[in-house]
Design a protein around this ligand. Structure first.
Ligand SMILES: Cc1cc2nc3c(=O)[nH]c(=O)nc-3n(C[C@H](O)[C@H](O)[C@H](O)COP(=O)(O)OP(=O)(O)OC[C@H]3O[C@@H](n4cnc5c(N)ncnc54)[C@H](O)[C@@H]3O)c2cc1C
Length: 213
């Protein structure tokens, strides 16, 4: 069901010998949000296990099952439109394996995240999409020296350069300015434009909206 949390589902699937969701154990989202965003980690994503997604289509006013062709999964996006689709459930194709082995892989992924991401600080996950398959946003930001950036109470994590952390009371304006500085520093060094993975909520100035353009 759409409201089931991915980490919970990953652990449950592992416990009953179903493999395929090990990558999702650290993604703090739901089955519904995971389908919309084509959530992924550790080189895998929801699109790889999804067979279909059932939605309520508010324009047709009926329940519709979207096939892989309809879903048009891409990196961190899908054809599911939250303005007209309410995800009800997803159907996954999982593989059978020894539960202990799946649990070991799941645990490894969970521990890896705690080691490599600033999970002790308030953050919104990966800030920018990877602009290239071979060079991650974190790598580019790190190489460009982004780990030293801080604006007000918003700072780039020293553990992972693609994570912005709220050091206490950071404003939306401070965070958006920091994103702009991160984009600029990478553009200057690598001549690459990075696009936020985050969805924004609320009102932004025209200048701030350039971060998402
Ligand atoms: C600390 C942290 C780490 C993260 N790590 C990862 C990661 O490793 N990989 C990754 O891919 N993402 C990651 N994310 C981002 C986020 O967890 C994923 O994008 C996740 O898939 C979002 O799911 P959600 O249920 O929270 O959806 P939301 O973030 O609430 O919503 C995302 C979009 O989906 C829509 N939506 C949600 N549910 C439904 C529904 N039932 N029907 C229709 N539309 C819906 C919303 O309207 C919105 O447009 C991370 C976030 C944080 C904060």
């Amino acid at each position: 069901d759409a409201g089931v949390r991915l980490p919970h589902l990953a652990k449950y699937a592992a416990s009953i010998g179903l493999s395929g969701l090990e990558f999702a154990v650290g993604i703090p989202g739901t089955v519904g949000g995971g389908a919309v965003m084509n959530a992924g980690a550790h080189g895998s994503s929801i699109s790889e296990i999804t067979e279909s997604v059932t939605v309520f289509d508010t324009t047709l006013w009926k329940v519709v099952t979207l096939t892989l062709d309809d879903l048009k999964f891409e990196y961190r996006r899908s054809a599911i439109d939250p303005d007209k689709h309410i995800v009800l459930s997803s159907r996954y194709r999982m593989k059978s394996d020894v539960a202990e082995n799946i649990q070991a892989r799941t645990k490894h992924n969970e521990e890896y995240r705690w080691k490599t991401q600033p999970l002790g600080w308030p953050n919104a996950g990966s800030t920018f999409k990877n602009p290239e398959p071979t060079r991650s946003a974190g790598f580019l930001l790190d190489q460009a020296g982004a780990k030293d950036l801080r604006i007000g109470n918003a700072g780039v994590s020293a553990i992972h350069a693609n994570f912005v952390i709220n050091l206490g009371g950071a404003t939306s304006g401070e965070i958006t300015s920091l994103l702009r500085s991160m984009q600029d520093i990478v553009h200057e060094k690598f001549d690459l434009r990075m696009h936020p993975e985050w969805k924004r909520l609320g009102k932004f100035t025209d200048e701030e909206l350039k971060v998402w353009s």
